[in-house]
Design a protein around this ligand. Structure first.
Ligand SMILES: [Zn+2]
Length: 217
């Protein structure tokens, strides 16, 4: 299914290893300025001119060879950008720093998908007298020897939560692997030593934050 605005979760094993983090700041700024000159100062997904606009790195994942390749850049508005990084957005929202509902609304508006899909059926399997058409999402569970059928909806009308769940499933699988990164023509500007240090530093920060959270709870 083609969505205009898709969730793109970066596998855990390549977190922080982005051009934004690794390129010298002046070079990043000039790439951004050049991109705005050619693409225009508006969100390339929803068309919003609202500032701030973020330069997003679009990656392609080869799930067999485990190569993460930089495809292109894309200028995004704040809301579209947070959708791309919905995992981090959720963390921010839980801290009260971001309006998650606003993002859900934006996602469903841009993609013209329902915010919440109405379940088609939930009950005993033997009581269901409709048919299971292609594209429906049926799930059969067994409780105390009785089979229950849930039809969450249809693939055509996937709601936000289901898109998030799908994205996290892909993310979980990809995060099991080490990825070779292909930065294309920007490869030569990356200081590999600095790259390792930057990535290590960020991971340690996360570990420390998690530790502090555990101590507090
Ligand atoms: Zn946008």
């Amino acid at each position: 299914m083609r969505l205009k605005l898709r969730i793109e979760l970066v596998p855990k094993t390549v977190w922080f290893s982005s051009l934004y983090k690794l390129l010298p700041r002046e070079l990043w700024d000039s790439i951004r300025a050049e991109h705005i000159r050619t693409a225009g100062a508006k969100c390339e997904i929803c068309g919003s001119p609202e500032r701030p606009l973020f330069l997003h790195e679009v990656w392609k994942y080869d799930d067999e060879k485990h190569v993460q390749k930089l495809l292109r850049f894309q200028l995004l508005c704040r809301k579209c950008h947070w959708i791309k990084h919905i995992g981090l957005a959720k963390i921010k929202a839980d801290r009260g720093e971001l309006d998650y509902d606003e993002l859900v609304k934006h996602f469903s508006k841009v993609n013209q998908c329902p915010k919440k899909q109405k379940p088609i059926y939930h009950g005993k399997l033997e009581d269901y007298d409709g048919e299971i058409r292609s594209g429906m999402l049926p799930l059969i569970t067994e409780v105390d020897g009785v089979e229950y059928l849930t039809i969450a909806g249809t693939k055509k009308d996937l709601d936000f939560d289901q898109h998030v769940a799908d994205a996290f499933e892909v993310w979980g699988e990809r995060s099991k692997h080490k990825w070779t990164q292909d930065f294309g023509k920007y490869e030569k500007y990356i200081d590999k030593k600095r790259m390792k240090e930057t990535v290590k530093m960020h991971h340690e920060t996360i570990k420390r934050e998690r530790q502090t959270k555990l101590e507090l709870t």
